[in-house]
Design a protein around this ligand. Structure first.
Ligand code: ADP
Length: 502
């Protein structure tokens, strides 16, 4: 080549953005363009005449020469008159001895036995690839650590991603399902529905289940069907619409729900059978009881003379016990009715209701010695008015009955309090508090039992032991709880919730 030709070639080489240099077949550098000097950090005069191996770390040199050998192979050389399109990536050395990734393609000019190398520093691209790789690995790690199954599908339903949780749920390995249609994870009719859903989405863009969780049936690799909760979200990956399904195996939850339902149904049946039993038993008991009372009366009327005073006292005792028994049977009947009858629900002003109850419950002569206090107005409640009146009637009359103070005090109010049945702080707990004889803590549960009386020996306050049982039933029918706080000799406080309207 003439001197002018060499100069022209050098000018052309220097104007190229890629690094270009030429070597002879032994690898001695013949020319080196400006971009190459920038890539490697050497000045031209520092590299000219040196062997290319000083630009390539020892570990990469075999790779380079193998490539060179392939390209110089005669047949290939025929083809590669132009710069080789199929380059390689290898590590190269800068002047400061740092290694960097390089893309290199060579072509051989057989006539001149010259090797033309085109090089490009691909550090940035590699860095970007690395960050994408680590990002993808990061996402994959997250996907594999979440407890829910995550399944990624494309618009045709083909599975692209299947995390570890999904593997555990369905019993397939990711490699067994990736590339297959997601329908394989569901039985009919979901399979067909899924096709028509995707078709519909294709044609109308209508996203029926995106963002909406729903319960469907899944199919495990074993063929077993199981209930699962599915949430679907849409995303765009490299311009393509993809869907991510979040799946959760809810077999255990469903089984628990079914068990609870069955339990509740059994309880309801046994409750209504008990109510039924109480009703029938008390009805049947009443007849012989009346007969007993009548016969005692006849004896008293017809044979008073021959019975003597002791006989008459006993007859009168029989009649008293018959009346008492009748009251108990009536209470039992009423109790069973309380459990069976539908409630008549309405919005009730508790202040008016209590005024009314107090007027009827606190006889005029006792009002002098009974003080009823309502510290602040009571709220309106959704309840069965006659039943709740009865509830307050029982609590108020007990507060008076079981009270030996000359000045009996009853306080009715509403407060926030911990519900010991649920261990939850309730905002609206009603209470009826008195300064009466109080209740021993060991009877806090018993007082609500039917026919349970704590002061049986005291004839003056003889009750039937059913009042609090009714109260409890009424509270329960209003979805509430009742509990008592008291200290013997220091009054009692009955607390309850009414939760129908809440
Ligand atoms: P009764 O009043 O007819 O006996 P209850 O079911 O209303 O039946 O009450 C059950 C028992 O609880 C009563 O016998 C009484 O011993 C006790 N009791 C109820 N309320 C109070 C109260 N406010 N203070 C003290 N003891 C009470």
């Amino acid at each position: 080549m003439t001197k002018l030709g060499e100069l022209q070639l050098e000018t052309v080489m220097d104007s190229v953005i890629d690094g270009i240099f030429m070597t002879n077949l032994q690898g001695d550098i013949l020319s080196f363009n400006i971009s190459a000097t920038q890539i490697f950090g050497y000045r031209k005069e520092e590299v000219l005449g040196k062997n290319i191996t000083f630009l390539i770390p020892r570990s990469e040199q075999a790779k380079y020469f193998k490539y060179l050998h392939n390209v110089t192979d005669e047949k290939i050389a025929q083809l590669y008159r132009k710069p080789c399109r199929t380059g390689i990536e290898l590590l190269a050395l800068k002047k400061d001895a740092s290694e960097f990734p390089l893309e290199l393609s060579i072509s051989v000019l057989p006539a001149d036995e010259v090797v033309l190398c085109t090089v490009r520093d691909i550090s940035e691209r590699k860095q970007a690839d690395l960050s994408i790789k680590s990002y993808v690995e990061h996402i994959e790690t997250i996907m594999d650590t979440v407890l829910d199954g995550l399944i990624t599908i494309d618009m045709k339903g083909v599975i692209h991603g299947f995390n570890t949780a999904a593997e555990n749920i369905f019993g397939y390995r990711a490699r067994d399902v990736i590339g297959r249609n997601v329908k394989m994870l569901m039985p009919e009719p979901y399979q067909s529905e899924h096709d028509s859903y995707l078709n519909n989405y294709h044609t109308t863009g209508d996203k029926k289940i995106i963002g909406v969780g729903r319960e469907i049936t899944g199919r495990r690799s074993s063929g077993h069907l199981f209930p699962l909760e599915l949430g679907v979200n849409e995303m765009t990956v490299q311009g393509k619409t993809m869907f991510v399904g979040t799946v959760r195996d809810i077999s255990e939850r469903k089984a628990a729900e079914i068990a609870i339902d069955t339990y509740i149904r059994k309880l309801q049946i046994s409750n209504s059978e008990l109510d039924q039993f109480a009703y029938i038993a008390s009805h049947d008991l009443k007849e012989p009881l009346r007969g007993l009372a009548n016969n005692a009366l006849f004896l008293e009327e017809d044979h008073a003379g021959s019975l003597g005073s002791e006989g008459l006292r006993r007859i009168s005792r029989i009649r008293f016990l018959c009346t008492r028994m009748e009251k108990l049977v009536d209470s039992l009947l009423y109790y069973s009715r309380l459990g069976r009858q539908d409630l008549a629900i309405e919005e009730v002003d508790l202040n008016a209701l209590i005024d009314n109850v107090a007027e009827l419950t606190l006889p005029e002569e006792t009002t002098q010695s009974v003080e009823l206090l309502i510290p602040s107005p009571l709220p309106r409640v959704t309840c069965d008015k006659p039943r709740v009146s009865e509830l307050f009637r029982n609590l108020i009359s007990n507060a008076v009955k079981y009270n030996k103070c000359p000045r009996k005090q009853i306080e009715i109010g509403v407060k926030a309090s911990m519900n010991p049945h649920t261990n939850v702080l309730e905002n609206r707990v009603f209470y009826v508090k008195d300064n009466g004889i109080g209740i021993d803590a060991c009877f806090f549960e018993d007082v609500f039992r039917i026919f349970k009386r704590l002061n049986e020996e005291d004839d003056a306050v003889r009750g039937t032991g059913v009042g609090l049982t009714f109260v409890k039933k009424i509270v329960e029918r209003h979805s509430g709880h009742i509990w008592v706080e008291s200290e013997l000799g220091h009054g009692s406080c009955f607390n309850f919730t009414l939760k129908l309207g809440e």
